[in-house]
Ligand binder design. Sequence first.
Ligand SMILES: [Zn+2]
Length: 693
Amino acid sequence: MRRILVTSALPYANGHIHIGHLLEYLQTDIWVRFQKLRGNHCVYMCADDTHGTAIMIRAREEGITEEELIAQMQKAHVEDFAGFDIEFDNYGSTHSPENRELCAEIWASIRQAGLVHEREVERLYDVAEGMFLADRQVRGTCPNPKCGATDQPGDNCSVCSWHYNAIELSDPVSALSGTTPEVRKHPHLFINIEQKHAFLERWTQGGEHLQPEIANYLKGHFLHEPLRDWDVSRPVPYFGFEIPDSPGNYWYVWFDAPIGYMASTKQWCDRHGENFDDWWASDRTEIHHFLGKDITYFHTLFWPAMLETSRYNLPEKIHIHGFLNVDGLKMSKSKGTLVAASTYLKHLDPAYLRYYYASKLTNRVDDFDLNLDEFVAKVNSDMVGNVINLASRTARFAQQTGLSAEYPDDGGLFQQAAQDGDEIAEAYESCDYARAIRQILATADRANRYVEHNAPWLLAKDPDQADCLRDVCTVGLNLFRQLAIYLAPVLPRLAQQTGELLGQPITGFRQSKTPLTGTPVAKFKHMMKRVDPKRVDAMFAASVEKGPAGGAGLQSEPSGPAGSEARAEQAADGGQPLGGEPLAEPITFDDFAKVDLRVARVVAAEDVPEANKLLKLTLSLGGDDRRVVLAGIKGVYRPEELVGRLLICAANLAPRKMKFGTSEGMVLASGPGGKEIFLLSADEGAKPGQRVH
Ligand SMILES: [Zn+2]
């Protein structure tokens, strides 16, 4: 059994969690859940990152203390994470006594190693407020002679992007007092990280701990020349920890933030009677950090240098991911694509995002694109149409009888799926979730073909086939259970529902190796609904932030409850469809009754390769009544996403010979054509063969 400690980057207590942040927490949560299901002793540590100037500024703006601000934000973060089933073993705060103590200890080691020295730094000082100003507390004229834009902050110009030191601004004005600050000298403490150069070269370039592109980036940008000293102190006032041997100076937020991983672990250890050193000072523990590429520098140079200088474990692996884009573009408040976690949860099932991210995450650092059409299609066809469908088509028949006492002959399917588990596990282990999901879907396809071929809905008609029906359902449900086990890191709720359905909780990956037999089957409950694209639209509409961006780059709470969005949508229904195709002549009821419309289930769907527009659908009207219908919906619907759906079929149309075969009916759809075709479906509960009145 491995002992594994996992962290995600600490969210800053200056804003709410959004879908971009969630990429990382879901990536980490999936990995942690996988390790736990494998039987490893794995713990997941996180905390709010609470210190620094931005917190001071925001607390001041809101007229509350820093402590009040970080307490509010922590509560919101914890709720958001819980809403997405992200399960930390401990969620702490960098503003904790444990963190203060560990910072002091590590600082003492760094001092003792002779890495700290003091140097005077020139900074802007607000005489009226009696304090040095942070970059964001000052505005002035851009020092770039070609620019000269006014009202710019103290670090870089929003007009020409020039980077500068705040003391270079012309006409600086303090944002706190409105007075002109003066340049004053103040001693700062620096860590001479260059003394660690040889160690960092070895550690980053050895090929074991970092992705190759990250190792190359460090080599090309930092390690090819002497490393610059790191300024780790800030003068009072600062929201953070005062440096014990340097009164009036505080540790810069990036010094104490990563130590927060350790402090969070300390809290967990104290609560569980564990020994802290077993986790942070033992060869037997692997430490894995998950983080975004924007904070690579701190975690791959400073952090290992700090750990190596103190007596603590170096990370085994640092897993770095890219940024989230939505439909190929940067997330934007004005477009509504920067969706707060809480807004998402008002509109959509968290399982959708968990599944979608998993289906696309690899172990590379590339940026990640959330494509909305793909989001809907993947959830609806892969998850609901392929995986969930397997249970919904078998469980109801097995409810009376339970599973067969002995596992029936399934032609080796269970065995094959059990073997697939090894490859799936290997893909999860290497953070290539996209590969794990592809393999799971291939396994699901085989299981669906089995159910399709054995058609339990037909066997159920014939009392003489009761044993056979039970065997088919036993196989179908066991194959489904294997998939639920493999998906458990991604979809914990599905795993739980499957455990309830089949009377045995899913607790480990190894359960996929042994079939369940002779156990009762509970009443089948809905496991996952299809994504309604309208809800996706409503979510983005609710995330649009109008007007200029909020102060200090803070993310404000998107407004508007779901209900008002829905009303706005209704009011916006235009008259074009009706105007474009006016109503036909009135008919009598008898005329209407001549068309016999029936509910039909799509049991198979395939492409007609020679035809531009046609898909060949095999419809079940219940029992063994099958119709083959050619429908002009190719390119609009993918065959696999149709299987299992309940459609409406004009069932008494005379068969029509077409170029590519005979069509024995018609499925109903609306829309002008082209890409705008919308199939009509029956609500859940309708039965194939029922007449539509
Ligand atoms: Zn400028």
